[in-house]
Design a protein around this ligand. Structure first.
Ligand code: KMH
Ligand code: ZN
Length: 287
């Protein structure tokens, strides 16, 4: 599957759910899954609704974002025991997390990890991803046989991915999956034009791409990605509104709608088995 595949040549759709993120407060959005029980319940419901991969940010017992190893391990183990989802841990954390702490995430033994390909504006903050950090994280993922998902918030990140592959080679398993995160205030806009410009720049080593649109960019980016042969990331990390005036009540709703749209587009949701194959995920399953 080349990165520039059309919708017609991509038979199914990888649906990733990003249920929590690091930015929204539980007190503002009680429906946000922040406890281990809520995370596992969400994972089970979203797998049933059509998700094949889960992108996880962990919260502590006070519902605050954390990168503490025990919480990360608890989340990975809990989701792995209850589902067949590909388990991806965020290495982005929150903008306040130090780089050295973010490098310890792989100790929790996820199937996959996010790897953002450069520094970017992130609302009022800056999301730091200097070159040395990217290389260290990438080499660690290769050594531990963890498949990275390259997060692209900017068109310059696409070029940085080219540099990373040139310097460090291919990921474990040989597949290169990227995710365009569009519509972050101050970064690449959540428009089909920006998304397609990024897709046109992808290196030939890229075997699959997905996209997400933050906030109101959510649905336009779902439609654009499905039309252009891309896969989908949805979830409350990126979008808290189901429709105008109607908040998301459960991540499952966003996955179910994405699955319906993908099915209408003749590209039904990928099973977890297909996703594991498409991304060349090492089998760490415990059940
Ligand atoms: N929370 C953002 C600062 C990732 O998960 O790798 C970074 C983020 C990207 O969400
Ligand atoms: Zn994230």
């Amino acid at each position: 599957m080349s990165a520039m595949s059309t919708a017609r040549s991509v038979a199914s759709t990888l649906i990733t759910v990003a249920p929590t993120g690091a930015e929204t407060a539980k007190s503002d959005v009680p429906a946000l899954p922040t406890t281990p029980e809520e995370l596992v319940e969400t994972a089970v419901a979203c797998e049933r609704a059509g998700a094949a991969l889960i992108h996880i940010h962990v919260r502590d017992r006070e519902h605050q974002p954390t990168l503490e190893p025990a919480f990360l391990k608890e989340a990975v183990d809990g989701v792995r025991e209850a589902t067949d989802l590909v388990v991806q841990l965020s290495t982005g954390g929150a903008v306040t997390d130090p780089l050295d702490k973010r490098l310890t995430v792989l100790d929790a033994d996820p199937d996959s990890c996010s790897l953002t390909c450069g520094t970017t504006n992130f609302g009022d903050g800056v999301f730091l991803n200097p070159w040395g950090f990217m290389v260290d994280l990438y080499r660690q993922a290769q050594e531990r046989e963890v498949v990275p998902e390259f997060e692209l918030f900017e068109l310059g990140h696409v070029h940085a991915l080219r540099r990373l592959i040139d310097e460090c080679g291919l990921p474990y398993g040989g597949k290169v999956h990227v995710d365009f995160v569009t519509g972050v205030p101050g970064a690449m806009p959540g428009t089909p034009q920006a998304l397609l410009a990024g897709v046109a720049m992808l290196p030939p080593e890229v075997t699959s791409w997905s996209a997400t649109g933050i906030g109101r960019a959510h649905l336009p980016i779902v439609a654009a990605a499905l039309s252009a042969g891309g896969h989908l990331r949805v979830g409350m990390e990126d979008n808290l509104m189901y429709a105008r005036g109607r908040p998301v009540e459960h991540n499952r709703e966003l996955v179910a709608r994405a699955a319906d749209l993908a099915t209408v587009m003749q590209r039904p949701p990928m099973s977890t088995t297909e996703a594991r194959e498409a991304l060349a995920i090492k089998d760490r399953r415990t059940r």
